[in-house]
Write a protein that binds this ligand. Structure first.
Ligand SMILES: Cc1cc2nc3c(=O)[nH]c(=O)nc-3n(C[C@H](O)[C@H](O)[C@H](O)COP(=O)(O)O)c2cc1C
Length: 169
């Protein structure tokens, strides 16, 4: 599969096949792809919490109003920012952009491996940030919870190209 195909075919998946265990090496392949993302001043201000434990995913679904499918997925990867790593950027908060780039890489790599994903936003909602920090026992800032699993639905690819959103100068 080419990168171009993955970009165009990927859809958010919210229904997952039960009982699928993702091998550790595939999880690491997704995380490696995430960590390959570009990063402002190469600060790489992120950490990744892989939530395989179903009880914690059930708790996650209780504190995140739009992530009810977390327990049905095989796992959830919580992508967290480390704002204190931003010194090299002159204190500018580029970390959400860095983490966003990492998440997109993760989604595409998962898709290329045959898995479905759904990006569930956490930061900048303060209640969700606090709830996930407590649930996971972390001090970093959770930006998103990414559900990953074998898809039990196959939404059609869509096109969003809109030339009205482009200006050539
Ligand atoms: C920052 C961000 C936050 C999102 N949060 C949620 C969420 O909480 N729950 C959810 O089901 N989908 C969430 N999504 C997925 C979007 O709903 C989805 O990407 C959009 O509807 C386009 O559909 P597609 O991903 O299938 O192309 C989020 C996506 C982004 C980029």
């Amino acid at each position: 599969m080419t990168v171009s195909e993955a970009i165009r075919r990927r859809r958010s998946i919210r229904r997952y096949q039960a009982g699928i265990v993702i091998p550790r090496e595939e999880i690491c392949q997704m995380l490696e792809a995430a960590m390959m993302a570009p990063s402002a001043c190469n600060t790489r201000p992120w950490e990744f919490i892989v939530v395989e434990d179903k009880a914690r995913r059930e708790e996650l679904a209780k504190v995140h109003p739009y992530c009810s499918f977390a327990p049905a997925a095989s796992l959830v990867i919580v992508v967290c920012g480390l704002p204190e790593r931003q010194e090299a950027t002159g204190g500018w908060e580029f970390w959400p952009q860095d983490c966003g780039a990492a998440i997109e890489n993760l989604l595409l790599e998962a898709y290329a491996l045959g898995y479905g994903t759904c990006w569930c936003g956490v930061y900048p909602n303060p209640e969700r940030v606090r709830a996930l920090q407590e649930l996971l026992g972390i001090t970093s800032t959770p930006l998103a919870a990414v559900a990953v699993g074998a898809p039990a639905e196959s939404p059609a690819a869509r096109g969003f190209f809109d030339e009205r959103k482009v200006r050539f100068l």
